[in-house]
Design a protein around this ligand. Structure first.
Ligand code: GAP
Length: 425
């Protein structure tokens, strides 16, 4: 983890938020490469979950909603974590995280017997105050992006040509007053979610089938982007761990350096949400009215960014290589003139760079020697390095060097966009 955190800072993936003022626990900023990686993850998700599907539409709801939403959804009452306080040093921790409690107990070995206060439930919603005159209106930053989908259910049914079964997908920020943010971005107070709410007829068999279907779809998506099967597993929630809205639930977990950790939740929310918002659906053919059930897939964009970074990090023969799937790599290619002081070479390389930039995020590097430039690109996961040399001036071909094999091949400039496109398929 220390190596990932250091690389993330040094190469501009992730920085502590407001660092020059000492930072703020649970908040992070994405640098020039982090923002590309994160955007690529979101784009891939959107492509799979919306663009390629005929039965899913997208939505982008506001972060702050009428506070009645949170009353109806049950979050004001039940969106809580149990908090205990150390009687010895007043450190607050989550009572449902035994490993963290045990870790803390090691710091007070003589006081373990009566160390913790009785657990108290602590609401995770972040309050905000709106308006300029007193009394200001109290509202909440959304604790899950989900409710924006439910409160727009009727709008979507009335305005888009959707019929049950169908889904609404959304990506956006959520906020939680986490008691113990930690493990880098893993548990943050501000984070992004990518979620699908899939609406079905209320039917036990169909519910189970749809739940299993989405478990597989989501697992396959991570595998298709380079996650190894042995690093992922499903973990069903025991009834006492389930969120207040879930009939049953499972997590996709990742084998992180800090232990198996929740990556994405798949929840059977039944008719909890639409029921609480008093929303129902009228079948256009049969005229039958009912409250649909919901199968939800809820992934964290920041967790995906972190876990893909961890998974990609390799130390090979004195090289640090981020073996990110090319679709996720922040830069698809880097373009180098062999030397920086030959105007003809530099101009030719600029032409190649400008051409590739029309299609892809591309890096330019003319510093130091080629070997150092390769090492620098390996460390940020650039799949292909394109060198313009003296032969290029004669035959319009370039050297393309592969990040993972380090093999080089000559490719004609005309074929370069197609060469990269084919590998990105
Ligand atoms: N709408 C359902 C829902 O929000 P959740 O299991 O509470 O379910 C879903 O959260 C996903 O959101 C998690 O699997 C995780 O990827 C991400 N997530 C939740 N809390 C987070 C936090 N404090 N920091 C970063 N990501 C978080």
């Amino acid at each position: 983890m220390d190596k990932i955190v250091a690389l993330a800072k040094r190469r501009g993936f992730i920085y502590p938020s407001s660092e020059i003022y000492g930072g703020i626990a649970g908040f992070w900023d994405y640098g020039p490469l982090g923002v590309e990686l994160k955007r690529n993850i979101k784009n891939e998700w959107w492509k799979t979950m919306v663009q390629m599907r005929d039965d899913i539409v997208g939505l982008d709801a506001s972060i702050i909603m009428n506070p009645k939403v949170w009353e109806a959804s049950g979050h004001l009452e039940a969106f809580t974590d149990p908090l205990v306080e150390c009687r010895y040093c007043n450190r607050r921790l989550r009572a449902d995280k035994p490993e963290e409690l045990r870790e803390h107990e090691k710091t007070h070995p003589d006081h373990i017997a009566n160390l913790w206060t009785t657990p108290k439930n602590f609401n995770l919603l972040t309050e905000v105050y709106l308006g300029v005159t007193e009394p200001k209106q109290k509202a909440y930053l959304r604790g899950e992006i989900t409710q924006g989908v439910f409160v727009n259910f009727r709008n979507v049914v009335d305005s888009a040509r959707v019929k049950i079964p169908f889904g609404i997908a959304q990506i956006g920020k959520a906020f939680r007053n986490e008691i113990t943010p930690g493990n880098f971005t893993f548990r943050s107070r501000e984070f992004e979610q990518m979620e699908l709410e899939f609406f079905i007829k209320p039917d036990e068999n169909d519910g189970k089938k749809t739940f299993e279907y989405w478990k597989k779809q989501r697992l396959d998506w991570y595998l298709s982007l380079g996650m190894k099967r042995e690093k992922l597993r499903f973990a069903d929630h025991e009834p006492e761990k389930r969120a207040h809205y879930a009939r049953y639930a499972t997590d996709i977990e990742y084998d992180a350096p800090f232990g198996w950790s929740e990556f994405e939740g798949i929840h059977h929310r039944g008719d909890w949400d639409l029921g609480r918002h008093k929303l129902n659906y009228k079948d256009p053919e049969s005229g039958q009215e009912y409250t649909p059930w919901v199968i939800e897939t809820s992934g964290g964009v920041d967790r995906a960014t972190l876990f893909f970074l961890i998974e990609a990090y390799k130390e090979l023969d004195k090289r640090i290589v981020l073996q990110l799937h090319p679709k996720l790599a922040p830069m698809k290619a880097a373009v180098f003139p062999l030397v920086a002081n030959k105007e003809e070479l530099v101009n030719k390389a600029r032409g190649v760079y400008d051409m590739l930039k029309l299609q892809y995020m591309v890096a330019w590097d003319d510093r130091g020697n080629i070997g150092k430039r390769y090492l620098s690109q390996d460390e940020i996961g650039t799949p292909w390095c394109v060198t313009i040399d003296y032969d290029t001036l004669k035959d319009d071909t370039v050297t393309v060097r592969d990040r993972d094999t380090t093999k080089q091949e000559r490719v004609s400039i005309d074929a370069l966009i197609g060469y990269i496109a084919e590998k990105l398929m």
